[in-house]
Write a protein that binds this ligand. Sequence first.
Ligand SMILES: NC(=O)c1ccc[n+]([C@@H]2O[C@H](COP(=O)([O-])OP(=O)(O)OC[C@H]3O[C@@H](n4cnc5c(N)ncnc54)[C@H](OP(=O)(O)O)[C@@H]3O)[C@@H](O)[C@H]2O)c1
Length: 244
Amino acid sequence: MKLIIAGATSLLGTEIVRQSLQIREITQVISLALQPVQLDKSIDTSKLKNVVIRDYSEYPDDVKAEFAGADACIWTVAVTPLHTGRVELKRVCQDYIKLGFEAICEAGPARPFRFMYLSVEGIPRDPTKIPVIMPDYHIMRCNTELMVLKFPTEKDGVEVCIARPGVIANSSAWSRALVANLFRIVNLFGRPPSEYTTESARSGSVTPGHGWVREGDTLECRTRSNWTKGAEISQYASAFMNYF
Ligand SMILES: NC(=O)c1ccc[n+]([C@@H]2O[C@H](COP(=O)([O-])OP(=O)(O)OC[C@H]3O[C@@H](n4cnc5c(N)ncnc54)[C@H](OP(=O)(O)O)[C@@H]3O)[C@@H](O)[C@H]2O)c1
């Protein structure tokens, strides 16, 4: 399997690259980012190709050539309202996905081509259900999910999945831990509860394992991930592979 990881320098992207390199079925990992992904020197990077772009809205021919024949893409590029303004938020969290997806399709991926979009646990699927806190941001991400879910109707042989990780509470940098904990509080008070129920999990959903449960086109992370001791984040790539 040839796997593109977009936003490979992100917290999750880098971890997914690292894990993907250790999965035998993944034969090629394309790290798509604004800089080369930084990995520990002990890691075997023979399957890794760093593809560095200037902007997620521009894909020159040499970049598209690297996408050719790809079996899957995991899209992790996003930004939070704490880091930027409304226009930039939509550009990074929504417009880039559409442009990146189209560039991959133009490059001639394998069929089926599987596109996984990393959203966030608790994003409403119904844009009329307005969350109390950061409503614009959550509705924008809801609309992004709905946009991605339409991709299979626009291109033949495309399958999509929305993965919704929980907050990664204990990340490596203090600023990240601060933001993560802020989001934990926001999630407690500001959002409708996840639509997932234990009952629906029992009735016909598939379990890719490692804390993830599949509900149709959505993978929900059942527990809040924890960078330092959470089994589920250390198994993200395996769980996603089980989905693919
Ligand atoms: N971290 C969490 O706790 C958490 C929890 C649930 C869901 N998620 C979701 O999982 C995905 C990945 O999260 P993450 O925390 O790993 O992300 P992250 O570390 O914040 O990185 C986000 C990625 O987006 C890129 N990016 C951010 N702003 C940009 C801009 N203005 N222009 C171009 N690129 C930009 C970053 O590029 P650079 O590396 O070059 O800066 C990076 O590749 C996101 O969809 C996020 O919402 C995260």
